[in-house]
Each structure stands twice: as structure tokens, then as C-alpha cells.
Design a protein around this ligand. Structure first.
Ligand SMILES: Cc1ncc(COP(=O)(O)O)c(C=O)c1O
Length: 396
């Protein structure tokens, strides 16, 4: 949206990495940088203005996900929300008597996987569940992994690389029956599909503003009333004592506005985005031989398309397309700079060479049919050119 005037030269198809803040979001933030700069903890007028903005935003965030305002804790984003949920629940529930156990999946974002790996070094057993070839976790496998010592299950709502939606409600049932806390990383769900914390059945849910046209560096953790959790940061008493540190009032105000707009426009935007994504997938399958759409048979968020173009390197495709003005990613943005094939595609059973030949196209509300036309014109030519030069042969 912010690059509309440069359309044609800059096409942004990387909305799962981040999005630009909507105009209304920026406007909602501006007063809190200057005129209304108060600290939300101060008792005076300036503080009250800031506090009002924080509480209004808390209601807007809560309303987007069907929660109560008192169940929302502001954090610095998805990564911190995931850390607070996982570390905070383990800290609150572990006892010296037995070694705690956590269940998660092998396709989680590094904010979950690496947090669980760190906990393993602190005496926590972690089960990383596999996924099927469509990239979905099975609730039955979650159930089979439960032990008497299991105190947390953390499985994402929608995968950032494939868009595949996980069976959260069924997993929530397993968690409830076992008296186990259930955390859902909904960073790639919120703002893309309707998300209702109650329907998902989550005790804890992470969301992040910059994935749906809010500012970067602000997110929230939904904590269902009554869920046992301890703070991870030590410091002041902000956010009900669960997240120390002066609130980022401008970002919180922008986050609230992004949630309000998302709730208003989600239906229409989803339909537009889904139509464009389907056009892209049909176009790719028709124009390029030897390609596959990863997770295509599964329920997915409507904006994400993960394609394997065999005998081509995903990074080469991404760079070549970038020169032509198309921004998308190979693997997840967070893995940029790493040369390993995507852990998500490997978990789905892709051959490592094929996994490396994959790109992610993630669409947003401002994308147009003209941009899709231009992309469908460019991609087959780029793929053919790279295949001519490719050292990866003999797999066709
Ligand atoms: C599924 C998922 N979880 C967590 C994060 C981290 O969120 P943030 O960038 O707000 O820290 C991301 C970001 O890509 C994500 O896709």
C-alpha cells in the first residue's frame, strides 16, 4: 500500500515477513510520540492520556480475537509472546519432584523451537512432533505424546512458510482432557483469518502487529483467565506484573488501530487475496513444468503460496525476481542468511534439494491483478533461464 505510487517497479509479495503500516495506523500512533508522550504508569494528566490509549488498544486487540481486555498482555512482538508463554508456563508449573515435559511440533517458528531447545538445557524434556506430507500436525499424535509430566503443548495456528492451518481445536481437546496448558502461536493467523481464542481453545495465544499492517516491535500474549504463568522479565509492575518495562504507547495505539481495521475488513480482504493466490497457483502450474505447491491439499490461510520449482535454487529465484522488482522469499524470512533447507519443508518429507528450490509468495490486501499478471509473466521466464544454468540436473 505504501508503495502504490511505485507500482510496476516494486511488487511486494512477502507479507508473511512483514507488512507496511496502514495510513490510519500511523495516524493513530503519531500523537503518542510527541504531544501525548506521557508514561502510562504516571498518575497525572499526561499519564492518563497514555493509559487511556493503552486500554483502548487492549480492548481493540481483545475484540479481534474474542478475548476479554484483561486477558491481553502487550509484548514486543511474536517472539517475546512465544517466550513468555512457554518459559512463563514452565516456570509456573514445574516442580522439583519431576522432570517437566513439553510437546511442540517440528514446523514451529524458531521463536518456539529455539525456546524449547533452550529449555531442554534447563532440564525440560521436549517432544518435537512430526507432520504429515501436507504439513499438518495430528491431534492423535499429540495425544499419544502426552505423559503424566506434560505441562504444556505449543502448536502454531498457521505455518509461516506454507500457510497450513493446524488442528488447534482438536489439540485443545487433548490439552483440556490432560489438564495441560495449550499455547498457540497465532502470529500468522491473526489478521489473515478470523481468530477466536475461545474457538481455538487456547490458554495462551501469541499475536504480532506487523504481520497485519500494524507497527513492528509490538505484539500481545492472550492469557486465558486462570492460566498459571510467571513473568520472564524482572522489573516494574506493568502489564499486570507479567511484562516489565514502560509501555510502548505509540506502537500499542497503532496495534489497536490495526486490529480494529482488520476486524472491519477481514472478510473482503480475505476474498480478494484468496482469489489472487488461486490465480497465481493456477498460473504457475499451467506455465512451469515440474513444480509443486507445498501444502496445497491442506486447509491454508488464503494469502500464502509455497512453491517448489525443481532444478532451481530458491535463493537464485528470489534474487533474480528481486532484480525484476518482485519481493518474495525463499524459506522463511527469519532463515535468510542461513543456507540450510527449510525445516518446515524437510519435516513435510521434501527432498533437501527440492526444499532448497522453494519460494514463498505471501500476498496482502494491496496486491492487484496487474501485479499477479506481471508476476505470472516473469516467473516462467526466470525459472526457465535459471534451469538452463542450473547445476541441479537429472531430477526431472
Ligand atoms: C509463526 C511466527 N511466530 C513468531 C514470529 C515472530 O514474530 P515477531 O517478528 O513479531 O517477533 C513470526 C515471524 O515471522 C512467525 O511467523
Amino acid at each position: 500500500m505504501n508503495d502504490r505510487d511505485e507500482k510496476g517497479t516494486r511488487v511486494y509479495f512477502d507479507h508473511n515477513a512483514t507488512t507496511g503500516a496502514r495510513r490510519e495506523v500511523v495516524e493513530a500512533m503519531l500523537p503518542y510520540f510527541s504531544r501525548r508522550f506521557g508514561n502510562a504508569s504516571s498518575l497525572h494528566l499526561f499519564g492518563q492520556e497514555a493509559r487511556n490509549a493503552v486500554e483502548r488498544a487492549r480492548s481493540q486487540v481483545a475484540s479481534l480475537i474474542g478475548a476479554e481486555p484483561g486477558e491481553i498482555i502487550f509484548t514486543s512482538g511474536g517472539t517475546e509472546s512465544d517466550n513468555l508463554a512457554i518459559r512463563g508456563v514452565v516456570a509456573a508449573k514445574r516442580t522439583p519432584a519431576r522432570r517437566p515435559h513439553v510437546i511442540t511440533s517440528s514446523i514451529e517458528h524458531p521463536a518456539v523451537i529455539r525456546t524449547c531447545r533452550a529449555l531442554e538445557k534447563e532440564g525440560v524434556d521436549v517432544t518435537f512432533l512430526p507432520v504429515n506430507s501436507l504439513g499438518a500436525v495430528s491431534a492423535e499424535e499429540v495425544e499419544a505424546a502426552v505423559r503424566p509430566e506434560t505441562l504444556l503443548i505449543s502448536v502454531m495456528l498457521a505455518n509461516n512458510e506454507t500457510g497450513v492451518i493446524q488442528p488447534s481445536a482438536a489439540i485443545a481437546g487433548v490439552a483440556r482432557r490432560g489438564g495441560i496448558a495449550f499455547h498457540v502461536d497465532a502470529v500468522q493467523g491473526a489478521g489473515k483469518i478470523p481468530v477466536d481464542a475461545g474457538a481455538v481453545g487456547a490458554d495462551l495465544m501469541s499475536i504480532s502487529a506487523h504481520k497485519f499492517y500494524g507497527p513492528k516491535g509490538i505484539g500481545a500474549l492472550y492469557i486465558r483467565r486462570g492460566t498459571g504463568i510467571e513473568a520472564v522479565l524482572t522489573g516494574g509492575h506493568q502489564e499486570s506484573g507479567l511484562r516489565a518495562g514502560t509501555e510502548n504507547v505509540p506502537a500499542i495505539a497503532g496495534f489497536g488501530e490495526a486490529c480494529r481495521i482488520s476486524a472491519d475488513r477481514l472478510g473482503a480482504e480475505m476474498a480478494h487475496i484468496a482469489r489472487l493466490r488461486d490465480r497465481i497457483e493456477r498460473g504457475i502450474l499451467a506455465a512451469i513444468p515440474d513444480v509443486g505447491i507445498n501444502g496445497a491439499g491442506a486447509e491454508r490461510v488464503p494469502n500464502t503460496c509455497n512453491v517448489t520449482v525443481r532444478r532451481v535454487e530458491g535463493e537464485a529465484l528470489t534474487l533474480y525476481l528481486s532484480v525484476l522488482g518482485f519481493a518474495l522469499s525463499s524459506g522463511s524470512a527469519c532463515a535468510t542468511g542461513e543456507t540450510d533447507p527449510s525445516h518446515v519443508l524437510i519435516a513435510m518429507g521434501l527432498d533437501p534439494v527440492d526444499a532448497q528450490g522453494s519460494i514463498r509468495i505471501s500476498l496482502g490486501a494491496e496486491n492487484t491483478d496487474e501485479e499477479v499478471d506481471a508476476f505470472l509473466d516473469a516467473l516462467p521466464r526466470v525459472a526457465a533461464r535459471l534451469r538452463e544454468m542450473s547445476p541441479i540436473r537429472g531430477k526431472c
